[in-house]
Write a protein that binds this ligand. Structure first.
Ligand code: E4P
Length: 216
Protein backbone atom coordinates (compact mmCIF):
# COMPACT_ATOMS: atom_id res chain seq x y z
CA UNK A 1 0.00 0.00 0.00
CA UNK A 2 1.32 3.44 -0.88
CA UNK A 3 1.49 6.12 1.81
CA UNK A 4 0.83 9.71 0.73
CA UNK A 5 0.81 12.72 3.02
CA UNK A 6 -2.16 15.07 2.81
CA UNK A 7 -0.70 18.51 3.40
CA UNK A 8 0.86 21.55 1.72
CA UNK A 9 3.15 22.16 4.69
CA UNK A 10 6.70 21.75 3.40
CA UNK A 11 8.07 21.14 6.91
CA UNK A 12 5.64 18.27 7.50
CA UNK A 13 6.46 16.77 4.10
CA UNK A 14 10.19 16.95 4.79
CA UNK A 15 9.77 15.30 8.18
CA UNK A 16 7.54 12.53 6.78
CA UNK A 17 9.90 11.88 3.88
CA UNK A 18 12.75 11.31 6.35
CA UNK A 19 10.90 8.17 7.51
CA UNK A 20 11.60 6.69 4.09
CA UNK A 21 8.02 5.45 3.70
CA UNK A 22 6.50 8.36 1.83
CA UNK A 23 5.30 7.58 -1.69
CA UNK A 24 3.54 10.82 -2.59
CA UNK A 25 1.69 13.97 -1.55
CA UNK A 26 -1.85 15.26 -1.97
CA UNK A 27 -2.71 18.94 -1.70
CA UNK A 28 -5.94 20.82 -2.24
CA UNK A 29 -6.86 24.53 -2.43
CA UNK A 30 -7.80 24.61 1.28
CA UNK A 31 -4.46 23.08 2.35
CA UNK A 32 -2.53 25.51 0.12
CA UNK A 33 -4.54 28.45 1.50
CA UNK A 34 -3.22 27.61 4.99
CA UNK A 35 0.38 28.26 3.84
CA UNK A 36 1.89 31.65 3.17
CA UNK A 37 3.54 32.32 -0.18
CA UNK A 38 2.88 31.59 -3.82
CA UNK A 39 1.06 28.24 -4.17
CA UNK A 40 2.95 27.43 -7.39
CA UNK A 41 6.28 27.91 -5.61
CA UNK A 42 5.08 25.78 -2.70
CA UNK A 43 4.10 23.01 -5.11
CA UNK A 44 7.47 23.32 -6.86
CA UNK A 45 9.25 22.89 -3.54
CA UNK A 46 7.11 19.87 -2.65
CA UNK A 47 7.90 18.17 -5.96
CA UNK A 48 11.59 18.51 -5.16
CA UNK A 49 11.23 16.83 -1.76
CA UNK A 50 9.20 13.82 -2.92
CA UNK A 51 9.93 11.75 -6.04
CA UNK A 52 6.43 10.27 -6.16
CA UNK A 53 3.16 11.79 -7.35
CA UNK A 54 2.19 15.23 -6.00
CA UNK A 55 -1.48 16.07 -6.53
CA UNK A 56 -2.22 19.71 -7.39
CA UNK A 57 -5.86 20.66 -7.83
CA UNK A 58 -7.43 22.74 -10.57
CA UNK A 59 -9.87 25.47 -9.54
CA UNK A 60 -11.58 26.05 -12.89
CA UNK A 61 -15.06 24.53 -13.09
CA UNK A 62 -15.43 24.13 -16.86
CA UNK A 63 -13.59 21.33 -18.59
CA UNK A 64 -11.59 23.51 -20.98
CA UNK A 65 -10.42 25.62 -18.04
CA UNK A 66 -9.56 22.52 -16.03
CA UNK A 67 -7.49 21.10 -18.88
CA UNK A 68 -5.72 24.43 -19.38
CA UNK A 69 -4.95 24.72 -15.68
CA UNK A 70 -3.94 21.07 -15.47
CA UNK A 71 -1.44 21.43 -18.31
CA UNK A 72 -0.02 24.55 -16.64
CA UNK A 73 0.31 22.70 -13.31
CA UNK A 74 2.15 19.88 -15.09
CA UNK A 75 4.79 22.39 -16.16
CA UNK A 76 5.82 22.74 -12.50
CA UNK A 77 7.36 19.26 -12.48
CA UNK A 78 7.11 15.80 -14.02
CA UNK A 79 5.65 14.30 -10.82
CA UNK A 80 2.64 16.61 -10.68
CA UNK A 81 -0.69 14.77 -10.84
CA UNK A 82 -3.63 16.96 -11.86
CA UNK A 83 -6.39 16.77 -9.27
CA UNK A 84 -9.83 17.27 -10.78
CA UNK A 85 -13.15 17.39 -8.91
CA UNK A 86 -15.80 14.76 -9.54
CA UNK A 87 -18.24 16.69 -11.72
CA UNK A 88 -19.43 16.07 -15.27
CA UNK A 89 -17.03 18.80 -16.44
CA UNK A 90 -14.31 17.15 -14.36
CA UNK A 91 -14.95 13.80 -16.04
CA UNK A 92 -14.53 15.42 -19.47
CA UNK A 93 -11.30 17.05 -18.30
CA UNK A 94 -9.95 13.74 -16.95
CA UNK A 95 -10.76 12.09 -20.27
CA UNK A 96 -8.89 14.79 -22.22
CA UNK A 97 -5.93 14.86 -19.84
CA UNK A 98 -5.58 11.09 -19.71
CA UNK A 99 -5.69 10.90 -23.52
CA UNK A 100 -2.62 13.16 -23.42
CA UNK A 101 -0.98 10.87 -20.84
CA UNK A 102 -1.36 13.42 -18.06
CA UNK A 103 -1.86 11.63 -14.72
CA UNK A 104 -5.01 12.66 -12.86
CA UNK A 105 -6.57 12.27 -9.43
CA UNK A 106 -10.36 12.48 -9.38
CA UNK A 107 -11.22 14.09 -6.04
CA UNK A 108 -14.36 14.55 -3.92
CA UNK A 109 -15.72 11.05 -4.54
CA UNK A 110 -18.56 10.06 -2.21
CA UNK A 111 -20.25 7.18 -4.06
CA UNK A 112 -19.16 4.08 -5.95
CA UNK A 113 -21.00 5.30 -9.07
CA UNK A 114 -18.74 8.37 -9.04
CA UNK A 115 -15.70 6.12 -8.60
CA UNK A 116 -16.80 4.00 -11.56
CA UNK A 117 -17.10 7.11 -13.74
CA UNK A 118 -13.64 8.30 -12.70
CA UNK A 119 -12.13 4.95 -13.70
CA UNK A 120 -13.96 4.85 -17.03
CA UNK A 121 -12.66 8.36 -17.74
CA UNK A 122 -9.12 7.05 -17.22
CA UNK A 123 -8.20 8.68 -13.91
CA UNK A 124 -4.88 7.50 -12.49
CA UNK A 125 -6.24 7.81 -8.95
CA UNK A 126 -9.76 8.09 -7.56
CA UNK A 127 -10.12 9.69 -4.13
CA UNK A 128 -13.09 8.60 -2.01
CA UNK A 129 -13.32 10.76 1.15
CA UNK A 130 -13.97 8.49 4.14
CA UNK A 131 -13.84 10.97 7.03
CA UNK A 132 -16.31 13.39 5.47
CA UNK A 133 -18.78 10.50 4.93
CA UNK A 134 -18.34 9.37 8.55
CA UNK A 135 -19.05 12.98 9.56
CA UNK A 136 -22.55 12.76 8.07
CA UNK A 137 -23.17 9.32 9.64
CA UNK A 138 -22.48 7.33 6.47
CA UNK A 139 -19.97 4.49 6.37
CA UNK A 140 -16.86 5.86 4.66
CA UNK A 141 -15.04 2.53 4.75
CA UNK A 142 -17.94 0.74 3.07
CA UNK A 143 -17.35 3.03 0.08
CA UNK A 144 -13.70 1.94 -0.03
CA UNK A 145 -14.75 -1.73 -0.06
CA UNK A 146 -17.13 -1.03 -2.95
CA UNK A 147 -14.52 0.89 -4.98
CA UNK A 148 -11.87 -1.83 -4.55
CA UNK A 149 -14.38 -4.50 -5.56
CA UNK A 150 -15.65 -2.63 -8.62
CA UNK A 151 -12.14 -1.82 -9.87
CA UNK A 152 -11.20 -5.45 -9.35
CA UNK A 153 -14.30 -6.75 -11.15
CA UNK A 154 -13.39 -4.85 -14.30
CA UNK A 155 -9.60 -4.76 -14.01
CA UNK A 156 -9.48 -0.97 -13.97
CA UNK A 157 -5.96 0.44 -13.72
CA UNK A 158 -7.24 3.37 -11.61
CA UNK A 159 -5.94 3.22 -8.04
CA UNK A 160 -8.21 3.71 -5.04
CA UNK A 161 -6.67 6.58 -3.09
CA UNK A 162 -8.29 6.64 0.36
CA UNK A 163 -8.69 10.29 1.33
CA UNK A 164 -10.02 12.25 4.30
CA UNK A 165 -8.33 9.75 6.61
CA UNK A 166 -8.83 10.75 10.23
CA UNK A 167 -7.19 7.97 12.26
CA UNK A 168 -5.09 4.80 11.96
CA UNK A 169 -8.16 2.53 11.94
CA UNK A 170 -9.18 4.04 8.60
CA UNK A 171 -5.76 3.02 7.28
CA UNK A 172 -5.85 -0.48 8.76
CA UNK A 173 -9.29 -1.18 7.30
CA UNK A 174 -8.31 0.27 3.92
CA UNK A 175 -5.22 -1.96 3.81
CA UNK A 176 -7.32 -5.04 4.65
CA UNK A 177 -9.66 -4.14 1.80
CA UNK A 178 -6.74 -3.87 -0.62
CA UNK A 179 -6.94 -0.12 -1.31
CA UNK A 180 -3.90 0.96 -3.31
CA UNK A 181 -3.06 4.25 -1.59
CA UNK A 182 -3.96 6.17 1.57
CA UNK A 183 -3.31 9.86 1.99
CA UNK A 184 -2.99 10.92 5.61
CA UNK A 185 -2.38 14.09 7.59
CA UNK A 186 1.03 14.19 9.33
CA UNK A 187 -0.67 13.54 12.68
CA UNK A 188 -2.07 10.19 11.49
CA UNK A 189 1.31 9.12 10.06
CA UNK A 190 2.79 9.73 13.53
CA UNK A 191 -0.02 7.76 15.19
CA UNK A 192 0.59 4.70 13.00
CA UNK A 193 3.73 3.77 14.93
CA UNK A 194 2.10 4.25 18.32
CA UNK A 195 0.76 1.63 20.71
CA UNK A 196 0.65 2.02 24.50
CA UNK A 197 1.91 -1.55 24.97
CA UNK A 198 4.94 -0.74 22.80
CA UNK A 199 5.77 2.21 25.07
CA UNK A 200 5.25 0.18 28.27
CA UNK A 201 7.22 -2.75 26.84
CA UNK A 202 10.15 -0.57 25.82
CA UNK A 203 10.20 1.17 29.18
CA UNK A 204 10.36 -2.23 30.91
CA UNK A 205 13.13 -3.57 28.63
CA UNK A 206 15.23 -0.46 29.24
CA UNK A 207 14.64 -0.57 33.03
CA UNK A 208 15.66 -4.26 33.13
CA UNK A 209 18.74 -3.49 31.03
CA UNK A 210 19.75 -0.82 33.56
CA UNK A 211 19.76 -3.58 36.21
CA UNK A 212 22.11 -5.68 34.05
CA UNK A 213 24.42 -2.69 33.54
CA UNK A 214 24.53 -2.06 37.31
CA UNK A 215 25.47 -5.70 38.14
CA UNK A 216 29.17 -5.10 38.72
C1 E4P B 1 -7.50 14.41 -0.39
O1 E4P B 1 -6.83 14.49 -1.38
C2 E4P B 1 -8.01 15.58 0.37
O2 E4P B 1 -7.03 16.59 0.28
C3 E4P B 1 -8.18 15.30 1.83
O3 E4P B 1 -7.93 13.95 2.15
C4 E4P B 1 -9.40 15.88 2.44
O4 E4P B 1 -9.41 15.56 3.81
P1 E4P B 1 -10.33 16.32 4.86
O5 E4P B 1 -11.70 15.77 4.76
O6 E4P B 1 -9.69 15.97 6.19
O7 E4P B 1 -10.26 17.78 4.53
Amino acid sequence: MKFFIDTADVGEIREASELGLLDGVTTNPSLLSQQSGDPIEILREITKIVDGPVSAEVTATDHEGMVREGLALRKIAENIVVKVPMTLEGIKAIRSLSSENVPTNCTLIFSSAQALMAAKAGATFASPFVGRLDDISQDGMELIAQCVRIYDNYDFATEVLVASVRHPIHLQQAALMGAHVATMPAKVIGQLAKHPLTDIGLERFLADWEKVKNRN
